[in-house]
Write a protein that binds this ligand. Structure first.
Ligand code: G
Ligand code: G
Ligand code: MN
Length: 408
């Protein structure tokens, strides 16, 4: 990751020299090289057009004389800027949220919008996912992921699941983990899924990838059980797989053959393309359901979801997307929508999991809204399978330090 980040320029845009200086200092502390500053939007655009290495990350103020941050976003859009963007401002959170939504609507890669003054830990969390330009286009990292290299890695079984714990919000017990694919490449270092899942989908390799992950997740879960750790495991499934009518049989046979029980597995389906044609996926989802595999609708609230789907498709769990959860913390309207979504899903008998819980405040918010489970950096980042049993055993201790003692 660090090596990826050193292959791009980072640009900070603000009309206050002091902010430029402190922000550049924080970025340096976070390990970013090639950090540049611009005092206004025009200077920023000029720099972006000529920078070498290319700009992969921009942190921009919203309030600037002449060309403001909102107009700058429009200019980014017109230029097809593909880098990551962090917005910051002294404006209220509502304005920040609107600017962030606008940037997303323009299909820009927004990592987040934060209020001034920027804080180091806040920035660190936001920037953990920076580098999408390099990961998306491979512009500065040619051949990082090619269909051929990915096919070879799948064939050789190089992809592995890492696991992120899901915690029951009432009992505070670890109830499940989500398997998230990682590619520890011998030549390129760790490669993250947003870099190769789209390649797998485009080149017909996603089923092979899913089954490889499933196989490794089943084996890992069996090993944990031998060590006395019992966890349900959720595996991500691409929508593409749900158009393959043989998918439920293949999963069923697979679980019968292996040590895995269907009751121990859950499939998380991303809803982004669920609406295209419902009949095929409905057929497949229903048969998975008949096989007692629990089904989860992933990334709910990212734009393509709707409540009719919740009624018509056999999901027993709804995973709230982290942008939805984090938006609710600062924006009354998002919160109102979140509240009614949760209420509705509950009435439909679904379990509700919040993703992206990063702080105690996030936890308290989703707890007060009636979520059942929580997943996020506040609890743990995704971990290698070997680390899970020790993590689970240490969880009660960690838990005590995360939650301040209640007076009772
Ligand atoms: O793991 P990360 O934290 O970077 O995950 C990024 C995205 O990649 C997630 O939103 C998830 O939906 C997707 N993803 C992770 N692992 C898998 C997988 O095994 N299969 C599929 N289809 N998607 C995955
Ligand atoms: O499949 P899905 O889109 O739900 O994958 C979850 C993604 O979210 C993974 O990329 C995972 O690494 C990431 N993630 C998990 N917890 C957090 C969190 O608390 N904050 C942020 N920003 N990302 C998270
Ligand atoms: Mn998921």
């Amino acid at each position: 990751m660090k090596s990826l980040l050193s292959g791009m320029s980072v640009l900070v845009v603000d009309d206050e020299p002091f902010i430029l200086e402190t922000t550049a200092f924080m970025l340096d502390r976070l390990g970013f090289k090639n950090v540049f500053t611009a005092e206004n939007a025009l200077q920023a655009l000029g720099f972006i057009d000529t920078a070498d290495p290319p700009v992969g990350l921009v942190l921009s103020d919203l309030n600037m004389p002449d060309v403001d941050g909102v107009e700058l976003l429009r200019q980014f859009d017109e230029r097809g800027f593909e880098g990551d963007i962090v917005l910051f401002s002294g404006e209220d959170s509502r304005t920040l949220n609107m600017a962030e939504s606008l940037a997303r609507a323009r299909n820009l890669s927004v990592l987040g919008a934060v209020s001034k003054p920027l804080k180091l830990d806040e920035l660190s969390v936001l920037l953990a996912k920076a580098g999408s330009v390099l990961r998306k286009t491979g512009a500065s990292a040619p051949n990082l992921v090619t269909p051929e290299s990915l096919a070879a890695a799948i064939k050789a079984g190089e992809l592995v699941p890492w696991f992120q714990p899901k915690i029951d919000i009432v009992s505070k017990e670890v109830v499940a983990v989500e398997a998230l694919v990682r590619w520890p490449s011998k030549t390129e270092g760790m490669i993250f899924p947003d870099q190769f899942i789209p390649v797998a989908e485009e080149h017909g390799m996603i089923d092979d990838l899913t089954f490889l992950l499933m196989e490794k997740a089943v084996a890992t879960e069996a090993e944990w059980r031998r060590q006395g750790v019992n966890l349900k495991v959720a595996v991500n499934v691409s929508m593409d797989s749900l158009y393959d009518l043989t998918f439920p049989e293949r999963i069923g046979e697979y679980l019968n053959k292996s040590e895995g029980s269907a009751l121990q597995f859950q499939l998380e389906v991303t809803e982004s393309r669920l609406m295209e044609d419902l009949i095929g996926p409905l057929d497949v989802l229903l048969r998975l359901r008949l096989k007692k595999i629990s089904l989860s609708i992933d990334d709910f609230g990212t734009g393509h979801s709707n409540l009719t789907q919740l009624r018509d498709l056999p999901f027993d769990e709804l995973k709230l997307d982290r942008s939805f959860v984090q938006g609710a913390a600062t924006d009354e309207r998002t919160r109102a929508i979140l509240e009614s979504t949760i209420m509705m899903a509950k009435k439909l008998g679904m379990k509700i999991v919040s993703e992206g819980v990063e702080t105690l405040d996030d936890w308290n918010l989703v707890a007060s809204l009636g979520c059942d489970q929580v997943q996020g950096y506040f609890i743990s980042r995704p971990l290698p399978g070997d680390d899970i049993p020790a993590w689970v055993k240490n969880w009660p201790t960690l838990c005590e330090s995360l939650f301040p003692k209640l007076e009772d």
